[in-house]
Design a protein around this ligand. Structure first.
Ligand code: SF4
Length: 222
């Protein structure tokens, strides 16, 4: 049964498609690459994430060699991403634990696992939260998971697509229930774009916003 929130989500999705078009995620990566890239992206921007990712790939030809490398070499390579002393050991630890459990670093098996099991499998690793798991599932494996990053969290809260007080963890299953699965990919990317270009954290540009008529933000301007 379609609720008011489902209908609002669909209208937001359609208005964003009209304004921004069909978004395209950068080249899809294998799931293990996406996992490492998303850990690198924590607390930094896409440019620094990509610089660190490419530096890591240039220095180590395989993920097995990252896993087996000296910690300081990995930390050195990923400096551009920031928090390298935290992210380096975290990445190596995840690679080690996956190998121990699966005997390889191939995550393709997650494609065939029931979605909630796949999500639980990924989030059991230290440093892999619901957003990271959803990015791997949605963008590398084509599974219906809706990643909630800082922009998606802020913008959906303002529009009224989720209760204001909900945590980011709770927002994942909530928004997955609110948006139709076939819209996750485009809605996620277009809402991020809306957050970056229009619905800024400090001063949202409401008069220029393509979803202004649909937005329930109490401090909406213009
Ligand atoms: S109308 Fe304003 S608050 Fe609402 S989504 Fe647009 S920019 Fe954000």
């Amino acid at each position: 049964m379609m609720t008011n929130l489902n209908s609002l989500a669909l209208q937001i999705h359609q208005a964003l498609l009209k304004a921004f078009g069909e978004p395209i995620w950068r080249n899809p990566l294998p799931a293990i690459d996406e996992l490492v890239s998303t850990i690198l992206s924590q607390n930094t921007n896409d440019v620094n994430r990509d610089r660190a990712f490419h530096a890591l790939r240039a220095k180590f030809p395989t993920w097995e060699s990252v896993r087996d490398a000296e910690e300081r070499e990995v930390v050195e390579a990923i400096r551009p991403a920031g928090l390298a002393n935290q992210k380096g050991p975290r990445i190596r630890q995840v690679l080690k634990e996956i190998t121990q459990e699966r005997g390889s670093l191939d995550l393709q098996f997650l494609s065939d696992m029931p979605l909630e099991e796949a999500r639980a499998w990924l989030t059991k690793f230290n440093g892999v939260g619901p957003k990271t798991a959803a990015i791997v599932l949605c963008f590398a494996l084509g599974r219906p998971a809706f990643p909630v990053d800082t922009h998606v969290y802020r913008v959906t809260g303002r529009i009224g697509l989720r209760p204001e007080k909900m945590t980011v963890e709770q927002a994942h299953p909530h928004l997955e229930a609110v948006f139709p699965p076939e819209t996750y990919y485009a809605a996620h990317l277009n809402i991020i774009r809306l957050g970056r270009e229009v619905c800024h954290a400090r001063k949202p540009l409401c008069p220029k916003c393509p979803v202004r008529e649909l937005c329930g933000y109490k401090d909406k301007t213009g």
